[in-house]
Design a protein around this ligand. Structure first.
Ligand code: GLN
Length: 487
């Protein structure tokens, strides 16, 4: 039962085939068995999960039909959860118990979901491998010696290994799509403004967006229905008419125009991945799509612009962690200055400090024009590239990542790690929605196909992904966890 999709579990709960209590118990048992090897969860909420499950069963008996009633889920550990440890993968928040729920958490709870726990992540969502987590890296369920991707690696590993029915993630430069690709699950980064950021511990506020990691596009639609919508606590959330993302999943793809960016299919792309994506696009052609080559001339500038803008925003967002208001405080500070300096030096990890320094530098008076303003101009060029492309096509398709999951501790320098995001990062600069869906294997490791749509066209994105999943079964494959448990 725990291997089923959310959609299937909803039906099983509605028909009485199972109960939320039985299901929640089964996931908790599975977590107890495998979390030691996978390190996917930072916190497991056994007692409260069982209580929520019993409550969900009671509500169902009383006639409730809430959309996720009794479904056991997990939240990335940067969503504030009332009364539950919320670390953002950092030592500086090792003791932070949130006094309130993030809007996403509140909406999932109102829809009846049961929270199993909080998932592992790169510290403050900075990373592509989960290795910057203060709590140790999560592992890839397909091969425990490989990274699960990042920053939402714990969520992706938990979904892939059936340690939850779905998990939330956030994506600032690829953090939902890249781990989804590495772990062979379906991940959706919505358009900027589609989902409220309130109660998410901020990394780069103009780029961060929350979305689901799950087992099918059909589930992603159902979950987006619950997560999306304007929130007066987040002034960047957009007030659009309510939309049912499940309604158009079965629209025909006849006449769909698919764009393949010529900048993606170069000699730098692993040829086996290129072949997988071409085969996947062939499936869409068989469903009636036509393919055209498109030009995204400023693609290669996106990564550099991101690594100015994201650290700049992070440096200001992270100034709130000062050892005074919450979180880690150094021992025996001499004076206030010493308190600030040592609490931050001891509380933040390497990568976070690197980004704070880069960001502070880029925003400083003498360098603002040369770096920050320039990066913002590039951001506009990148956005305009996509706007022009979407005059020609309905969706843009390419690989999610340049390689399959890499080995733990195999990437030692930051710039090589940053290059992991070359296909995902431009979407965040442009604010566009994107998905990663499983499309094949290289060396026994899952490969993701990225599908991109224009602003707020998530329904189109989900339609294409669902039709692809109707004619393929990559998304249903499971890692042989027991086989590599000893690794
Ligand atoms: N890997 C990118 C970074 O480190 C993206 C992370 C994310 O999307 N949160 O910034």
């Amino acid at each position: 039962m725990i291997k089923k999709t959310v959609t299937e579990l909803c039906a099983a709960l509605a028909s009485g085939e199972t109960t939320s209590e039985a299901l929640t118990r089964a996931y908790l048992d599975r977590i107890a068995e495998h979390n030691g090897a996978l390190n996917a969860y930072i916190t497991v909420c056994e007692d409260s999960a069982m209580a929520q499950a019993r409550e969900a069963d009671a509500q169902r008996a009383a006639g409730s039909t809430a959309p996720l009633l009794g479904i056991p889920i997990a939240h990335k550990d940067l969503f504030c959860t009332q009364g539950v440890l919320t670390t953002s993968g950092s030592k500086i928040l090792h003791n932070f118990v949130s006094p309130y729920d993030a809007t996403v958490v509140e909406r999932m709870q109102a829809a009846g979901a049961v929270m199993l726990g909080k998932t592992n992540m790169d510290e403050f969502a900075m990373g592509s491998s989960n290795e910057s987590s203060y709590y140790g890296a999560a592992r890839n369920p397909w091969d425990l010696k490989k990274v699960p991707g990042g920053s939402s690696g714990g969520s992706a590993a938990a979904v892939a290994a059936d340690l939850c029915a779905m998990a939330t993630g956030t994506d600032t430069g690829g953090s939902i799509r890249q781990p989804a690709a590495f772990c062979g699950v379906t991940g959706l980064k919505p358009s900027y403004g589609r989902v409220s950021r309130w109660g998410m511990i901020a990394y780069a506020s103009s780029l961060d967006q929350a979305g689901p990691l799950c087992k099918s596009a059909e589930d992603a639609a159902l979950l987006l229905n619950v997560m999306a919508g304007v929130d007066n606590k987040d002034s960047t959330s957009i007030d659009l008419p309510a939309e049912d993302f499940s309604a158009k999943l079965n629209d025909s793809l006849d006449g769909l125009r698919v764009g393949l960016p010529k900048q993606y299919f170069t000699s730098e792309l692993n040829p086996s991945i290129a072949a997988i994506i071409k085969t996947a696009v062939g499936e869409l052609e068989a469903l009636g799509a036509t393919v055209v080559e498109i030009d995204l001339p400023n693609s290669e500038l996106a990564l550099s612009a991101y690594y100015v803008i994201a650290p700049a925003e992070a440096s200001t967002n992270l100034s709130r962690f000062d050892g005074v208001r919450y979180g880690y405080r150094c021992e025996g500070p001499k004076d206030l200055e010493d308190l600030y300096k040592r609490s931050r030096s001891e509380g933040f990890g390497e990568e976070v400090k690197r980004r704070i320094m880069i960001g502070t530098y880029a925003l400083s008076a003498g360098f603002y024009d040369a770096y920050y303003r320039k990066a913002q101009k590039i951001r506009r060029l990148v956005k305009d590239d996509y706007a022009r492309a979407f005059e020609q096509v309905d969706v843009i398709i390419g690989p999610t990542t340049p390689s399959p999951a890499f080995g733990l501790a195999s990437i030692k320098d930051s710039v090589t790690m940053y290059l992991e995001d070359i296909y995902t990062i431009a979407l965040n600069l442009a604010g566009l929605p994107g998905m990663s869906v499983p499309a094949g294997y290289v060396d026994g490791l899952p490969i993701g196909m990225q599908i991109v749509a224009s602003d707020f066209a998530e329904a189109k994105l989900l339609n294409v992904a669902h039709q692809f999943q109707r004619v393929t079964d990559w998304h249903t494959h499971k890692p042989a966890l027991t086989a590599n448990k000893e690794a």
